[in-house]
Design a protein around this ligand. Structure first.
Ligand code: FES
Length: 67
């Protein structure tokens, strides 16, 4: 599902960035994928996805926690 229509960024892309430790904040996503850099309507959803993914990582094996 698309999260950011302006930049064509999907939910999967955001989750993958967080899992790989490449994005820990909306700012990181804005810099790497352009999320929330045009109309900004996706910012809240993108931030919620980051939080959700970081939380799910922390519930997994502690050795594999997100950075
Ligand atoms: Fe993401 Fe417009 S939907 S900047």
């Amino acid at each position: 599902m698309y999260v950011c229509l302006c930049k064509g960024v999907t939910c999967s892309q955001i989750r993958e960035r967080v899992r790989q430790g490449e994005a820990q904040s909306l700012r990181d996503l804005s810099q790497s994928l352009g999320v929330a850099t045009q109309c900004g309507k996706c910012g809240r959803c993108a931030r919620a996805l980051i939080d959700e993914e970081r939380e799910s990582c922390s519930l997994d094996d502690p050795a594999l926690q997100c950075a």
